[in-house]
Design a protein around this ligand. Structure first.
Ligand code: IMP
Ligand code: ZN
Length: 345
């Protein structure tokens, strides 16, 4: 089996994918058509070409955030939001993904309340006929105001109680240059006490004090972890803290290179995380914006760091231990183990 085929075939789990950042061009065109059929005008048409970056292109991290508005235009009614969810799940399944924790920030639009936003996604997950197992992590944006943060947290708790198998976690994302982690500790604590698991975008930009606060909060996972190792803007203290904590890291190679958080693939901190035996999972972040796929991220990882298929399959296998739906861990790891055994890995 060549590497491209192998990376496609190996059953993979996706633990860090933002719904609106994951929209492919084909999905966006279908959403546009749906809005047009409903007689609704949307302003995304003129900007569709700007949404997806060309391979090899890069922009500053702060320039990425305005791009999501283009997708938000298209998912501003329950119908298109549900469609975006279903099409995105299908794309992950077609890419050989057997489990996904899709994440999204509930929004209030002219046509939808926060509750309807969550409902639209939940109903799609409930009606999911694809074989991919899918659940939801509710996102909180660092730029949000207190009232919105509280509404979203309370809804996350409400829906977790109603659908514990579907709403599995809560996460903090958005522009890392805005807001302070401490501000979110009370709502995250409340969510944790209600049984939601927590993942945090951590160390996307250099902010050692915030990394310390986040690691001490002991989230179940963190995303990115770029500026933690001393070589990449971190320091020994926070690196040691991460090593000791053994908190799994959602690694997003292309996202970090495309946003210039990392100069190129070969200098990505994957190497340090892997060599230090820190638990990792390979993820896409925003496959639409960064023009990637989970199997492509696996291939890039293998080619850049010389990870052979046996080791690559075991990265996927170990990711099962970090998924938020604990009762699905065994089924998924059995599936991956079966692939490993069948292929003599
Ligand atoms: P949504 O939550 O489904 O609307 O997905 C898009 C949102 O995810 C963006 O508006 C950001 O808040 C968040 N997001 C996507 N990529 C990143 C990232 O690299 N860092 C931090 N936040 C991100
Ligand atoms: Zn992210």
């Amino acid at each position: 089996m060549d590497l491209v085929t192998f990376c496609h075939e190996v059953p993979k789990v996706e633990l860090h994918a933002h719904l609106n950042g994951s929209l492919s061009r084909s999905t966006m065109l279908q959403l546009q058509r749906c809005l047009a059929d409903l007689g609704m005008t949307d302003k995304s048409n003129a900007f569709l070409d700007e949404f997806q970056m060309s391979s090899g292109d890069s922009i500053n991290l702060s320039e990425v955030f305005p791009l999501f508005v283009i997708a938000h235009e298209l998912t501003s009614i329950p119908q298109t939001l549900a469609m975006a969810t279903a099409l995105t799940l299908q794309e992950f399944e077609d890419d050989g993904c057997c489990y996904i924790e899709l994440r999204s920030t509930p929004k209030e639009t002219l046509h939808m309340s926060y509750k309807q936003y969550i409902e639209a996604i939940i109903q799609t997950l409930k009606n999911n006929t694809a074989s991919i197992i899918a659940c939801l992590i509710i996102s909180i944006n660092r730029s949000s105001q207190q009232q919105e943060i509280e509404i979203i947290t309370d809804l996350a708790i409400e829906y977790h109680k109603k659908y514990p198998d579907l709403v599995v976690g809560i996460e903090l994302s958005g522009n890392p240059a805005v807001g302070k982690f401490q501000y979110f500790v009370p709502v995250l604590t409340k969510a944790r006490e209600a049984g939601l698991k927590i993942t945090l975008h951590c160390g996307e930009i250099c902010n050692p004090q915030e990394v310390i606060e986040m690691l001490k909060f002991k989230p179940e996972r963190i995303g990115h972890a770029v500026c933690i190792h001393p070589l990449y803007g971190g320091n020994d203290e926070i690196w040691q803290l991460l090593c000791k904590s053994q908190i799994p890291v959602e690694v997003c190679l292309t996202s970090n290179v495309s946003t210039k958080s990392t100069p190129d693939y070969s200098s990505h901190h994957f190497k340090e995380l892997y060599n230090a035996n820190i638990p990792i999972s390979i993820c896409t972040d925003d496959k639409g914006v960064f023009a990637t796929s989970l199997s492509q991220e696996y291939r890039i990882c293998a080619e850049t760091f010389g990870i052979d298929p046996s080791k690559l399959a075991r990265i996927s296998l170990r990711s099962c231990d970090y998924i938020f739906s604990e009762d699905k861990r065994k089924t998924l790891s059995d599936k991956i183990l079966n692939f490993i055994n069948k292929n003599g890995l």
